[in-house]
Design a protein around this ligand. Structure first.
Ligand SMILES: Nc1ncnc2c1ncn2[C@@H]1O[C@H](COP(=O)(O)OP(=O)(O)OP(=O)(O)O)[C@@H](O)[C@H]1O
Ligand SMILES: [Mg+2]
Length: 393
């Protein structure tokens, strides 16, 4: 029986800042262990191209971007192999260009050709994790909280916050508790801040480094309390969101109505991000004494300070300080794990998260040149257990 396989998780989130990769050693159960993590940034013009594809664009533009993303992922994986990283499976999230779970025909679309990645690296790829969940009436997002639970559950309940483009909140029950895992997107993470900084700096800056710019401004409490009444914040979970709702267009509209300085605008958007998360914790989740924060937004010192002010009763720590888990790596680790679930035909149970009616295997497999050896390596695992897929039927 193989002791372990190595899975490379590749995550390119809604911020479209680049690709995060995490290499996981996984024994077929448990969260696996992190062997390394890397980041490959997208150049600003490529980021712009991704944002532009999120409007109404032709199939040609989408199909070309799909290839470009696939080739970029492939080149990144090959670069890691050159540096000595070795993996049996790549789990590729892809770039979300559409996420409309509440449409009459709920849909979500992550692009980036997995064939280019399999061809370049020679390794089998798992991809397209979200669409399956929509088939069982789930939101297709967030998908990573079950991994957060497997990795982070402790003797008392904790909150996990991922500050990516959107903010994903998980409430993780204590070890051994029968209480269900609960999670949803509370709303914007970095998305409005990034859009405002890019707009106000006329593209010279991509984000507010450490929150320094916003720190020079004052929060406009009156405007903030109006923004906090937006419909999405009032909606009960299950819920997930994306750039369809929180985007550059919204920021430009808010800026046109704004009477005050640029720094005050940024300070108020930072406070909106922090306070909408705090509101969601208070409105929709059971109590917890501790919150672990991950994602690029954990590096925004002002955002972290405002979160602490908004939730004074909760001890808040970033994942790297509390547990030595790099804040940039968690979502890529989660997709590596989801890739392993897909490979073994395990169906992650996400009813309390996405609202799915029953578990379903998430993702598709794209065999690479290592397919036969990978199948041979994992076949004893299959033989040795009844898979949860069998259980689900
Ligand atoms: N030093 C920093 N100061 C302030 N903000 C930062 C810093 N470093 C990163 N960020 C923010 O983090 C964002 C990237 O975070 P991350 O990669 O976690 O988000 P993402 O790509 O949207 O991922 P996902 O949607 O999967 O969570 C950047 O766009 C930026 O807003
Ligand atoms: Mg990112």
């Amino acid at each position: 029986m193989p002791e372990a396989i190595h899975i490379l998780g590749m995550m390119s989130g809604t911020s479209a800042d680049g690709m995060d990769a995490a290499l996981l050693r996984w024994t077929g159960e448990g969260p696996g262990s992190l062997l390394g993590h890397w980041h490959s940034p997208y150049p600003p013009d490529f980021q712009e191209q991704i944002f532009a594809a999120q409007g109404s664009v032709s199939a040609t533009i989408l199909a070309r971007l799909d290839r470009q993303l696939g080739l970029r992922h492939g080149a990144f994986a090959v670069e890691l192999q050159r540096q000595g990283a070795s993996f049996d499976l790549v789990a590729m999230h892809g770039q979300t260009v559409l996420h409309q779970p509440d449409d009459p025909y709920p849909h979500t679309l992550q692009i980036g050709s997995p064939y280019d990645l399999a061809e370049a690296s020679g390794v089998t790829v798992a991809h397209d994790f979200r669409r399956a969940d929509l088939c069982v009436n789930g939101q297709g997002a967030p998908l990573t909280p079950l991994y957060h639970q497997v990795l982070l559950a402790r003797s008392e309940p904790i909150l996990v916050l991922n500050l990516g483009g959107m903010a994903n909140l998980s409430w993780i029950p204590a070890h051994g508790s029968t209480a269900p895992l609960q999670a949803f997107d509370s709303g914007p993470g970095n998305v409005l801040l990034d859009a405002a900084v890019q707009w106000l700096s006329q593209g010279k800056l991509r984000f507010d480094q450490n929150g320094h710019w916003a720190h020079t401004g004052q929060v406009n409490e009156e405007v903030l309390s109006r923004w906090l009444r937006w419909e999405y914040f009032q909606k009960p979970p299950p819920k997930s969101t994306g750039r369809e709702l929180f985007n550059q267009g919204l920021v430009q509209e808010l800026w046109q109505q704004w009477q005050g300085s640029q720094a005050d605008f940024l300070a108020t958007l930072t406070a909106l991000t922090a306070r909408s998360i705090a509101q969601a914790v208070q409105d929709w989740l059971p109590p917890a004494r501790k919150m672990l924060v991950f994602g690029g937004g954990a590096r925004n010192l002002l955002l972290m300070e405002q979160l602490r002010l908004a939730l004074p009763e909760i001890v808040m720590e970033t994942g790297d300080v509390a547990l030595g888990i790099p804040v940039e790596a968690l979502e890529a680790m989660a997709f590596a794990w989801l890739g392993g679930q897909c490979l073994l035909g395990f169906a992650p149970a996400l009813a309390g998260v996405t609202g799915q009616q029953h578990p379903m295997v998430l993702g598709s497999l794209y065999p690479g040149r290592n397919w036969s050896s990978l199948c041979a390596a994992i076949s004893p695992w299959h033989a040795a257990r009844i898979t949860p897929l069998d259980n689900a039927q």
